[in-house]
Design a protein around this ligand. Structure first.
Ligand code: 3H9
Length: 723
């Protein structure tokens, strides 16, 4: 009946089938082209003599929503452009809902965002038992824009709609059925037969699809007092959960609230107004940009993985400290057998204790059964001998952060490994090329830098030394992804990508402290700005001994920016015997309250040691600039020096490795939102603050051309072989 590039409309015995199948893509999305074809298919459907329609997918999943790649250009083009982008599918869904026969959405595997909105515009929704459905728009900084805030409350009730839309959660098919979002859940191979049977019953008048349409077009049936209470309590809860940097969940609530007492057509207008309001925010641009940057990272990792000559079937970890134990635990959790080797039983006990602690917390939270935990722990083979390492495909060295010790251990381990094995180091700062000088097979050696705590931090930096082979990089990426991590391949330098940039940030912090600014004030400002913790707190968590040691390494590598004439604040506290959180005292004192919950109070000794005065306070914007400028500059240098392969990977590494606030979309995307030229002007006011504050050539060039990091990245996507 209709044949487009994406959509095919056919009919048999009076029942039509509209199939989405986007050529060359693993998933279906509502791109402009798909929307346009949908509208043409509706032209045909409106004229045809039919008894029912089922909408199906030719892919192994139904529909993943709007094409997120189209958002950035649209969101930057103002309210009219946003409205123009949304309107064709709003109309399509209204036309679908008004067809003169029953309609059913056949959901295989997933229906998200606009995919579920399409299904909600159908009279019935049937999904397979493993399907996941949801409206994840608020996670992208927007709200559903094709009727989700109008139809979901009318189909499933206010509570379900508020919960699903504000959280952006993906629900299982069983929950969809329980909440009446779905009408039936069947085995995958029965989906289409079941849909046809349902349409036949509608055609025979056994089921009243018109009644369902009536429910979707009328105001919500709510008692005014109750609904006032429901909206007010939801507002408090959603506002609290979302936090001040994420406006979309509250905008979704406002759209639902405004539409609740209105007809569906009026409610749709309210939805559009709220959609435009949020789509224009930097948060929406940042969060939808993040999805795309994340896809760049995943795509590169997939490409590396595909090249790996051997899949990791067994891992080995040498050094059973907090990091070694954490890596072994992650391996066990992901079903990968792991050998955990240390030189003494105490070390082994510590590593196993760490693993049991992490898994135990999962059991407490109901994420794992006690039997599952026991089974996972059996995957860890603890040993004091080298011999079991012989069966591991990849070995991670995680001993003390000292170049001499690491070289000796690595050489010893290499001698025990089969010639085909990959050896790696979990060093956080020491050059991989330098460590490789101790080895006979440097081409089979690389860095695998995990972050603490291993189970919680999504990033692993895969560091390529001067002699590391492509296959070793590929196998390391394969191993990191098998451990459930996001792998980003970087070239070698002191601190690699993440710590090199982090220590520039700490250098900015030290400079502020030298100027007498109170560290509690800096921490408070940076947390308000969106960081999960301020720099002083972060240094305490890293450990002042570890941080001081890394500072020395970084100062040696980059003396002009990170070298210091006098001991840094970290060094001063460390020399005064303060170790940070693990020792109970650092910038802050760490204790537990009566209920055993951790407490953090200012350490007055640290205040005195650092001569912090509240007199020399700078305003918040200046503190943010003084903290962020060294980080931005250093990140530019890592791009200039080819340490990291693309703007997207640089930004994602900051988010996954440092917890940089996601609502800012990444460090460089944040600079784009300020404007590169404006950022350089802001920096020029800080020229007296030294080399950390001199704008890098990359920034100056972008500023001169009126360009931005992402405009640049989109024009010349980094696909270079080095990464
Ligand atoms: C929305 O619908 C708003 C409306 O209310 C109103 C709008 C105006 N767009 O992740 P994968 C691509 S907002 C563009 O590797 P998986 C993805 O880039 C939207 N592309 O596979 C990748 O491309 P490539 C609400 C998309 O199995 C390929 O598909 N929807 C989109 O691990 C495979 O993806 C969402 O937020 C998209 N919407 O996971 C869903 N979705 O092959 C976002 C996927 O070139 N998507 N691609 O690298 C996801 O959560 C996951 O991709 C999904 C599949 C679960 C679907």
């Amino acid at each position: 009946m209709f044949q487009g590039d994406i959509l095919t409309l056919t009919s048999r015995d009076g029942f039509a089938q509209l199939e989405f199948d986007t050529p060359g893509s693993p998933v279906n999305v509502f791109s402009r082209k798909a929307i346009e074809e949908f509208s043409r298919a509706l032209d045909v459907l409106e004229q045809a003599e039919l008894s029912g329609l089922m909408i199906v997918s030719g892919k192994d999943s139904f529909l993943a929503g709007a094409d997120i790649n189209e958002f950035s250009a649209v969101f930057s083009s103002g309210a009219d452009a946003i409205a123009e982008h949304l309107t064709p599918n709003i109309k399509n869904f209204e036309r679908l809902q008004a067809l003169p026969f029953a309609t059913v959405a056949v959901i295989n595997k997933l229906a998200l965002g606009g995919g579920l909105e399409l299904a909600l515009a159908c009279d019935y929704r049937i999904a397979d038992t493993a399907a996941r459905i949801g409206l994840p728009e608020t996670r992208l900084g927007i709200i559903p824009g094709w009727g989700g805030t109008v139809r979901l409350p009318r189909v499933a009730g206010l509570d379900t709609a508020l919960e699903w839309i504000a959280s952006g959660k993906e629900a299982k098919a069983s929950e969809g059925l329980k909440t009446h979002v779905l009408d039936a859940v069947v085995e995958l191979d029965q989906l289409r037969d079941c849909a046809l049977a349902l349409l036949q019953r509608c055609a025979l008048g056994e089921m009243d699809y018109e009644l369902r349409r009536l429910q979707k077009t009328q105001p919500l049936k709510l008692n005014q007092v109750e609904s006032g209470l429901a909206f007010e309590s939801a507002k408090a809860l959603i506002g609290h959960q979302a936090g001040r940097h994420y406006p979309a969940p509250l905008a979704a609530l406002a759209a639902i609230r405004e539409g609740a007492t209105k007809s569906a057509a009026e409610a749709a207008r309210a939805e559009l107004a709220y959609f435009i309001e949020v789509a224009k925010t930097d948060t929406a641009k940042a969060l939808s940009g993040l999805f795309i940057a994340d896809q760049v990272v995943s795509k590169k990792a997939r490409a590396w993985k595909a090249q790996a000559s051997v899949k990791t079937a067994k891992l080995a970890v040498v050094g059973a400290g907090i990091m070694g134990g954490g890596i072994a635990c992650q391996s066990a959790l992901k079903g990968l057998p792991v050998v955990l080797k240390d030189i003494n039983q105490q070390g082994i006990d510590l590593g196993l204790k760490e693993a049991a602690k992490v898994l135990g917390r999962r059991v407490d939270k109901g994420k794992m059964s006690a039997a599952g935990m026991a089974e996972a722990l059996t995957r860890i083979q603890a040993t004091l001998n080298y011999q079991p390492l012989g069966s591991a495909d990849v070995t991670v060295e995680a001993v003390v952060e000292n170049s001499g010790v690491k070289k000796a251990v690595l050489a010893e381990v290499e001698a025990q490994l089969p010639e085909t094995a990959v050896l790696s180091s979990n060093t956080s700062t020491i050059s991989i090329t330098e460590l490789a000088t101790a080895l006979k097979r440097p081409e089979q050696f690389c860095g695998l830098h995990f972050f603490n705590p291993v189970h919680a931090m999504p990033l692993v930096e895969v560091i390529r030394g001067a002699k590391t082979s492509d296959d070793t990089v590929a196998r390391a990426v394969e191993c990191a992804t098998a451990l459930g991590k996001k792998a980003i391949v970087v070239n070698d330098c002191a601190g690699f990508l993440v710590n090199r940039v982090l220590f520039a940030y700490f250098a900015g912090f030290a400079a502020l402290l030298d100027d007498g600014v109170d560290f509690t004030h800096i921490d408070a400002v940076m947390v308000r700005w969106g960081w999960p913790m301020g720099p002083a707190h972060l240094l305490d968590v890293v450990g002042l001994d570890t941080a001081e040691h890394a500072e020395v390494t970084m100062a040696e590598a980059f003396p002009e920016r990170m070298g210091r004439a006098q001991p840094s604040p970290t060094a001063r506290l460390y020399k005064a015997g303060l170790l940070g959180q693990k020792g109970g005292k650092g910038f802050y004192c760490y204790t537990k309250d009566k209920r055993g919950r951790p407490q953090k109070t200012v350490n007055e000794d640290a205040m005195q040691l650092l001569h912090a005065t509240s007199a020399s306070q700078l305003d918040d914007d200046m503190i943010v600039l003084r903290m962020m400028a060294p980080l931005v500059n250093e990140l530019c240098r890592t791009l200039q020096d080819d340490i990291v392969g693309s703007v997207s990977e640089a930004d994602m590494a900051m988010i996954y490795g440092l917890g940089f606030p996601a609502h800012r979309g990444g460090v460089l995307r944040w600079v784009d939102s300020v404007g590169v030229r404006q950022f350089c002007e802001n920096l020029s006011a800080l020229s007296q603050c030294g080399p950390l504050y001199q704008a890098e050539p990359m920034l100056l060039e972008l500023a001169e051309n009126g360009a931005s990091f992402y405009a640049q990245a989109e024009n010349s996507p980094a696909t270079d072989a080095a990464h």
